[in-house]
Design a protein around this ligand. Structure first.
Ligand code: ZN
Length: 294
């Protein structure tokens, strides 16, 4: 692994973070590009990596952690495409093809949250756990699951942001903003859903505003649901909404109350912020690329 050189891509709805690395503790260069239309953005991605290749040599593999939904069935001709995203211009975009053509190396792709789950398992808060879940609560909501050292996939990747959960008793009038389901989890608890109700982010609202407890209650509902399905050893909460002071503690308190001490995992023990912090996304791309290179 010593001489391997990896291209890393964290593909987000507002920005692409790129990196070049020889390992977790050897990230050589990074940059950020705004997410414009696919042609311009992917063109700029290829241009940046081409420059890096001129300086550092050929890429061993490229890892991509992307917003979704993604086609991840290796047997599908559309493998590596973003599929039915509501993001303007990005539906049915081939993320992998332009990179494979430009750099003639293997490309690994998964959702950004699956990548982060893998990175937290390998280097962060989920090390040694049989089952661990990584959730991001931000512009969107998504989750990835590690089971016995592997990422969980069904027909596609998990879509935890679209879980249907009970509505908070003080929050029954808001229709929710998910274009598909209205008041699914993402529709009521994502950053844009918070702004749609209260006009500000949680961090901008006073600490005693009821919004804090309403959102914590929704996030605690996910915890109880995930405990019922998986009994995970860790549930890691990342994303911008979790940057709200006190939110992680509110979620722990509320999940403890909802769970009634029924599950083996105590919410206070299993709920945590990402150990890799803001690097979880880029390190997720690295972990995916390293998996490919063996
Ligand atoms: Zn939805």
């Amino acid at each position: 692994m010593g001489d391997a050189l990896y291209g890393l891509i964290e593909a987000g709805g507002t920005k692409f973070v790129l990196g070049i690395a020889r390992g977790k503790d050897d990230i050589i260069a990074t940059t950020r590009l705004p997410t414009l239309n696919p042609t311009d953005t992917l063109g700029a991605v290829v241009e940046w990596f081409s420059l890096q290749v001129q300086i550092h040599g050929p890429l061993t593999a490229i890892g991509i952690g992307s917003f979704g939904p993604l086609e991840l069935d290796p047997a599908s001709p559309d493998w590596g495409h973003i599929t039915r995203t509501p993001k303007q211009g990005w539906a049915n975009t081939d993320l992998v093809g332009p990179l494979r053509r430009a750099f003639n190396c293997p490309v690994a792709i998964d959702t950004d949250v699956n990548g982060a789950a893998l990175a937290e398992y390998r280097w962060g808060a989920a090390q040694g756990q049989r089952v661990a879940v990584y959730l991001t609560i931000g512009t969107g909501i998504g989750g990835g699951v590690m089971v016995d050292g592997k990422l969980l996939h069904g027909l596609s990747h998990p879509e935890m942001g679209h879980m249907r959960l009970p509505r908070h008793p003080l929050d029954t009038n808001f229709e929710g903003i998910c274009p598909y389901h209205g008041d699914c989890l993402e529709g009521v608890a994502s950053g844009p859903a918070i702004k749609a109700r209260w006009g500000k982010s949680l961090s901008e609202l006073p600490a005693d505003h009821p919004a804090h407890d309403i959102i914590a209650w929704y996030l605690a509902q996910i915890v109880s649901t995930l405990q019922a399905i998986f009994e995970p050893g860790r549930i890691i909460f990342g994303g911008g909404v979790m940057g709200t002071p006190g939110m992680i503690d509110r979620v722990k308190t509320c999940a403890t109350s909802l769970g009634k001490d029924y599950y083996v995992g105590a919410p206070a023990d299993i709920i945590t912020l990402p150990a890799l912090g803001d690097q979880a996304g880029l390190l997720g791309a690295l972990a995916l690329a390293e998996n490919l290179a063996g």
